[in-house]
Design a protein around this ligand. Structure first.
Ligand code: OAD
Length: 246
């Protein structure tokens, strides 16, 4: 690791130790080193005829509910088989060292919680939960059946994954909590997100506008580069590996 990079890491860690109110804001890139493809990656094998935009939307589900349910079952299995990586673990450790800490994630894979994070706002839901498509209520149990998707035990309508699809709004409560953390933070880490999906994409800009230090970890340039105080240009797991937080 070169000297300039070490100096950057040292300044960030020193700043962290001086009682900052920290938000970590993550996207698909933080799970890439766990083997979960990002939204910009080409879909694998069976699914390569589709794009995430075709499958992750209410219109796609209404047109082909079985296909979309199976796509989510495939992703769920991949996620269950994956393990949190060094970046997930470093973020979980940071939570124990920083008194005021919030993790805001756009990811639905639950890998942050599996690494030990507890102060997590899941902006886009969680792939391991389901809800009724018609009634919009959470459903945890349903009878085994050959129907795909399984029917809702209340109304007989279709179950869907409890995630926010393209074109859908965020839950007001979740969004409100995330906005409050952004308003209060003095330091924000944006890790593994292309910062292109609104309204989440504005969070780092809002934090920067209010005077927070913004640190970005991403192997590729993003629009956020303009307002970032420090850019660590690399993979999340590799970047945090050079950083001793304790
Ligand atoms: P994207 O797929 O848009 O962006 C992934 C980002 O991760 C890119 O900027 C990559 O350069 C970066 N990246 C790739 N590998 C990385 C690594 N090893 N370490 C760090 N960064 C890496 O994913 P998001 O920004 O999360 O929303 O996309 C936001 C939302 O778009 C998702 O939550 C999803 C999607 O639509 C919904 O499903 C509603």
């Amino acid at each position: 690791m070169n000297g300039v990079y070490m100096n950057i890491l040292e300044s960030i860690v020193n700043k962290l130790k001086s009682g900052q109110r920290v938000v970590v804001f993550t996207g698909a890139g933080v799970s890439a080193e766990s083997g979960i493809p990002t939204f910009r990656d080409k879909l694998d094998g069976l699914w390569n005829r589709f794009s995430a935009e075709d499958l992750d939307c209410a219109d796609g589900f209404k047109a082909s509910p079985q296909l979309v349910w199976e796509w989510y079952a495939w992703r769920r299995k991949m996620i269950v088989d994956a393990k949190p990586n060094l970046a997930h673990h470093a973020i979980a450790l940071m939570e124990t060292l920083v008194p005021e800490f919030t993790l805001i994630t756009q990811n639905v894979d639950g890998l942050h919680q599996r690494a030990g994070s507890t102060k997590v706002i899941e902006l886009h839901g969680n792939i391991h939960r389901s809800r009724c498509f018609d009634e919009d209520i959470a459903i945890d149990k349903w009878a085994e059946t050959d129907e795909v998707p399984p029917p809702c035990p209340h109304c007989g309508g279709m179950l869907r994954p409890d995630v926010v699809w393209f074109g859908e709004g965020l839950s007001g409560d979740t969004y409100g909590k995330a906005k409050e953390a952004i308003r209060n933070c003095t330091m924000l880490f944006s890790i593994g997100t292309s910062s292109q999906i609104y309204p989440a994409a504005v969070f780092p800009y809002e934090a920067a506008h209010r005077g927070a230090m913004v640190v970005q970890i991403n192997p590729n340039p993003t629009d956020l580069d303009q307002v970032t105080s420090f850019i660590l240009r690399g993979k999340a797991g590799e970047c945090v590996n050079g950083c001793r937080l304790s």
